[in-house]
Design a protein around this ligand. Structure first.
Ligand SMILES: [Zn+2]
Length: 197
């Protein structure tokens, strides 16, 4: 399990001027004229965009789940179709799609909107889809201590569409399985059929 320092780093907001400077340098190095009108505001716009798409670095995803409720419900809880938008760490190109989280509580449940915030906290970073999937499962397990967790993430990767293999529209699906879902095929099947509906 990763420590806090693996989740929290410098904030874009603390480094705006430096980031703008370096974006301007990259523009020059690819052969652009940074004085032309269309590019004048680009370094500032890119920096503002970074504040949003890399906003996850400001957040400890475990705190996002935060306050949990005591509840006797011990049946499967699913939050599906959580839309996310992330950046591939190999190309700094977007990938995006939907995350589906299912868990069987063991006394502790999280507010349903908190699961969406957890997804936001782990995806607004440089990431790979496999790690997003396992981090969500690990954090759910660590904070809620459920009987089981299952996470499925679907993603479309622009670095795959626009370069290299060039397969527009192809989807990558990753899953992580923890606790009783590992041994209980019926629970896995129930989760998978419910996220398809
Ligand atoms: Zn990539």
């Amino acid at each position: 399990m990763a420590g806090v320092k693996d989740y929290i780093n410098a904030k874009v907001g603390d480094n705006r001027e430096k980031i703008e400077h370096h974006v301007r340098e990259i523009l020059k190095l690819i052969g652009e004229d940074v004085e032309r009108e269309g590019l004048l505001e680009t370094p500032a716009r890119v920096t503002r965009m970074y504040e949003e798409i890399f906003g996850g670095y400001e957040v400890d995803p475990r705190e996002v789940l935060g306050v949990t409720f005591e509840e006797n419900h011990e049946e499967l809880v699913i939050v599906k179709d959580i839309v996310y938008y992330s950046q591939c760490e190999h190309h700094m190109a977007p990938f995006f799609g939907k995350a589906h989280i299912g868990y069987i509580p063991s006394g502790q449940i999280a507010g349903l909107s908190k699961l969406a915030r957890l997804v936001e906290a782990v995806t607004r970073r440089l990431q790979v889809q496999e790690r997003i999937t396992s981090q969500i499962a690990d954090i759910m397990e660590e904070v809620l201590k459920p009987k089981g967790v299952m996470v499925v993430v679907e993603g479309e990767h622009l670095c795959m569409c626009s370069r290299g293999v060039k397969k527009p529209g192809s989807k990558t699906v990753t899953s992580a399985v923890r606790g009783t879902f590992r041994t209980d095929a019926a629970s896995r099947a129930e989760f998978l059929s419910l996220i398809k509906e």
